[in-house]
Design a protein around this ligand. Sequence first.
Ligand SMILES: [Zn+2]
Length: 337
Amino acid sequence: MSNEKNQKTRKDQLINLKFLKERLETEPKNCELLFQTASLIVTLCQSEENPVKKLSRIQITVPLIARFQEVCASEDERGAEILKVARALEMEAREDCSSKMEISLETSLACNSSTRQAILSVCAETLRIFENKFGNSSPVLGRKPILIVQATDGVPRAVINDLPRRYTVALTCLEGTGARGRIPQILFQASHELLHVFVDPRIDHPVVEIAAIAVSLVCLKIFAQRLAGSPHALKFASYLKSVKRGAPKDLSIFDTTLQNRATQLSLAIHLEPAFERYDWKALQRVGECLELGSQVPGLEWTKWERIAPESPLIRALRHSCVCEKSTSPGTPSSPSC
Ligand SMILES: [Zn+2]
């Protein structure tokens, strides 16, 4: 089945589940209804890749099955069967939730062992920043090992070919002489791609790009602050400065479709304080707010704000991406902004 068809089926199943749950509220002892609801949740869990979501979903099923067994004929074997499947899924999800997202480097990478160690420790430290900023919630596609490789085409990216087994992150600056001196650049690229990993590397959207650039700026700043007083701090700070210098000064040349890299960088710089201050959890809901099936899908901002109501980050993103770009500098924003 194609990916789009899968999404459609899943959407239908979720609508159906909502309907069944509503009916259960008025008919809590309806055996067929109890069985159908429990079976549907088990089916949804089987295709759920995020172990955290899987675990919380399957935990609703167990009491439903218990109620089914209690109120319906105890000789109905369907209850025992589905309970067995639910328990197995629960154990699997628990294991996935506790598994570590270990980072490793491609073994064939042409660099010496001390450089390898330096790259690995920067990446591991960055991952800790992410786990902290995402409140320990797993990436949308689940916790998996991350392999860092040299990009063969000169473009850093979160590669999706190795899913669902692992995340692969291709960076451009790992090999060759002086890799050690490029640690700030490695951090900048790695943190950008890690954001894709956490949000869902299959999503290609300019707002996610802006977020990825903003988190890399924040990570560079964190490293510069943590190492304050050492010569390494200066390297991170000056790399951060040089990245920011690439942003256009003239806001009127903003590309309103947000596709232009310079526009994305300007917005990311503008949003850096918000990304520094707030957690990044709500970014993981972006996939639920995109129109499916198009290269650059539209984004339902209102829905995003509704499903992540506690997030000032989404409000800040919306304000910068929708309001600021639609008004020329100095003009007041429209009332809806
Ligand atoms: Zn990107």
